[in-house]
Design a protein around this ligand. Structure first.
Ligand code: SF4
Length: 288
């Protein structure tokens, strides 16, 4: 661990807008590299490494406007955190897997790794801005630098990176910052719920409506179809929490920790739901 005395100047906070998908500059990597299985999220099976049958030659989706009604809900939930355009344009210089079929397997492998790395950047950017601890901020910045150098470097840099090891290091930093942030909220929490609110908790279908959940640690919790309408999620650690079909109408997530776009995309909410910075209201919330 780095001591405060040996700190180098911390990197400036990362603009998370650069971690937004830019499908127009991507070779539809999510529609080809990854597979999916027939389920509530997809109406058909698709093996990894093959193009979806709805993919057009120009890498657009032929059913983009009707994905949910046609059963492709999983496509509307997925988010690459900007890895798609980075791999397509940065690592493969704008040459697609159609133009150069021999690059296909490396491109797909790079996308799988880069997607995880970009997601880590998303979390680290938040950790860096939420902590008041210079050591924690510096550790987040160092991890960011390692990842940014790899994804901004060459293909071999991405493919040779030990993603799992980095993931473990990032996780420790995120938890450290989470503890610091949540400590400021704990006094405002709901005592009756305290024992049920823990990492990995099974809160499927739970009625948590109009609750003050402030400062809870719901990292990895199962909130599938939970009713969180009008609840206050300020300072709640939601790292990896499963929000499928959770109700977030009127909920306050403005200061919630580690929320991602895929989590919101999987949930239901409305125009009154308060969202963290850099996240947008999913289009299906508007339709509702
Ligand atoms: S349905 Fe459309 S968005 Fe989904 S994988 Fe196929 S081409 Fe991609």
């Amino acid at each position: 661990m780095t001591s405060a005395n040996s700190l180098e100047p911390a990197s400036p906070a990362l603009d998370r807008a650069s971690l937004r998908p830019d499908c127009g500059n991507c070779f539809a990597l999510c529609c080809t590299a990854f597979g999916f299985s027939r389920s509530a999220d997809f109406p058909v099976d698709k093996p990894a490494g093959s193009p979806c049958h709805n993919l057009a030659p120009d890498f657009s989706c032929t059913i983009h406007d009707t994905l949910r009604p046609r059963g492709f809900r999983g496509c509307t939930v997925f988010d690459c955190f900007g890895a798609g355009q980075n791999v397509s344009q940065g690592l493969f210089f704008g040459k697609s897997w159609i133009e150069s079929p021999d690059t296909k397997s490396e491109m797909f492998a790079a996308f799988a790794a880069a997607r995880q790395l970009h997601e880590m950047l998303w979390y680290l950017a938040e950790a860096q801005t939420r902590t008041f601890d210079p050591d924690a901020s510096h550790r987040a910045a160092q991890l960011r630098n390692t990842i940014e150098q790899a994804v901004g470097g060459e293909l071999s840099d991405v493919l040779s990176l030990d993603v799992q090891d980095l993931h473990s290091q990032v996780r420790l930093t995120l938890i450290e910052v989470s503890e610091e942030v949540r400590a400021a909220y704990l006094a405002a929490g709901d005592d009756h719920l305290e024992s049920a609110l823990k990492p990995g908790a099974d809160l499927m279908g739970k009625n948590l409506r109009s609750r003050r959940l402030c400062g809870a640690d719901l990292r990895g919790a199962y909130l599938i179809a939970a009713d969180l309408r009008d609840s206050d999620l300020s300072g709640v650690d939601l790292l990896g929490a499963d929000f499928r079909d959770a109700r977030l109408d009127g909920a306050d997530l403005l200061k919630a920790l580690y929320v991602t776009q895929p989590q919101l995309n999987a949930a239901h909410g409305n125009h009154v739901t308060r969202l963290p910075a850099d996240l947008k209201m999913p289009s299906h919330w508007q339709d509702a």
